[in-house]
Write a protein that binds this ligand. Structure first.
Ligand SMILES: [Zn+2]
Length: 313
């Protein structure tokens, strides 16, 4: 799959690749703009794991490991709730009746503690509260859909973006994930004998057929996820009928997801984090079978996604 006018000019293709690698090596390349969406502003502080009290950090990491979650998001919940237990109200309920380190309502905590298998749970105990929060988030869709899970914890519109903004400060935004779990690579990036691929020039050499992305075969309907945080800049059909989503991760650094099903999970302008479901594997456009075409570009020039993604799908 490819977009019109996307080819590499005869000269100058290597430079963006080098720039890209440097960019990705830099801390915070994937820092999103969650803070801009949040009602209560996140202060402009440096990335601040050191801000988390050591005992809380241990609980976040232990609970995340136990439930297969990302500890920075749990830390974001704890930061927004009570600043990691530093809130002077201690375990007194707030106006809405929420209390404890993770600001649970009593009824929700009972349910969450049961999910976590905690015997004789204490809403005021950081270990119990954090473990219960992790179990509750997991049972409400976390990892696959953090926004939905966080909304279950607090239905305010500002809540998920604020928690995720803090999560990024604790390192969550630096994540890069595979767009499909369990996908099989059916075509790599680069020159190919596959006649359906158009001619292209890459790093100064021109090829009769060149594949400017990575193809991952998976069953129809398999969820497709954003590889990193960013903002949706395109969502819909391109000229050959393929349904495509494009995410801008930082100015000039984009990822493109092709051949999706027409029903997309998000619209232009929405923010995503690594792992946010954006749609599902489809057959739209020019394709021989259900697969995802993933393209990563820097200043419009394609780079090999395998240079960017973690070691295995
Ligand atoms: Zn492809």
């Amino acid at each position: 799959m490819r977009r019109a006018g996307f080819g590499c000019a005869v000269s100058g293709c290597a430079v963006p690749l080098v720039a890209f690698v440097i960019l990705f090596g830099a801390v915070g390349i994937f820092a999103g703009n969650w803070a801009a969406l949040a009602r209560p502003k996140v202060p402009d502080a440096p990335p601040a794991v050191a801000d988390i009290a050591a005992d809380y950090l241990v609980h976040y990491q232990a609970a995340a490991a136990r439930f297969g979650l990302d500890w920075p998001v749990l830390a974001g919940v704890g930061r927004v709730a009570t600043n990691h237990g530093r809130n002077p109200s201690g375990c007194d309920p707030n106006a809405a009746g929420a209390r404890g380190p993770m600001q649970f309502l009593d009824a929700t905590f009972v349910e969450a503690a049961k999910l976590a298998g905690i015997v004789d749970p204490d809403i005021c105990d950081p270990a119990d509260a954090i473990s219960a929060a992790a179990a509750y988030l997991k049972s409400n869709g976390a990892l696959d859909d953090w926004q939905r899970a966080l909304h279950q914890l607090n239905p305010a519109d500002w809540y998920p973006p604020l928690v995720l903004a803090w999560a990024e400060r604790y390192g969550y935004g630096a994540l890069v994930v595979w767009p499909i779990k369990g996908g099989r690579i059916t075509q790599g990036f680069g020159p190919t004998d596959f006649a359906a691929e158009p001619p292209d020039c890459y790093q100064g050499t021109c090829y009769p057929h060149f594949h400017d992305g990575l193809d991952l075969a998976a069953p129809l309907g398999t969820p497709v996820r954003a590889i990193a945080s960013g903002q949706v800049t395109f969502a819909g059909p391109v000229s050959d009928g393929a349904i495509v989503v494009i995410i801008e991760h930082s100015p000039g650094v984009d990822s493109l997801y092709g051949h999706l099903q027409p029903e997309l999970a998000l619209r232009v302008g929405e923010s995503v984090i690594a792992g946010t479901v954006i749609g599902s594997v489809g057959l739209t456009g020019n394709t021989t079978g259900p697969h995802l075409h993933l393209e990563i570009t820097v200043s419009g020039e394609p780079v090999d996604p395998l240079l960017i993604l973690p070691p295995s799908p």
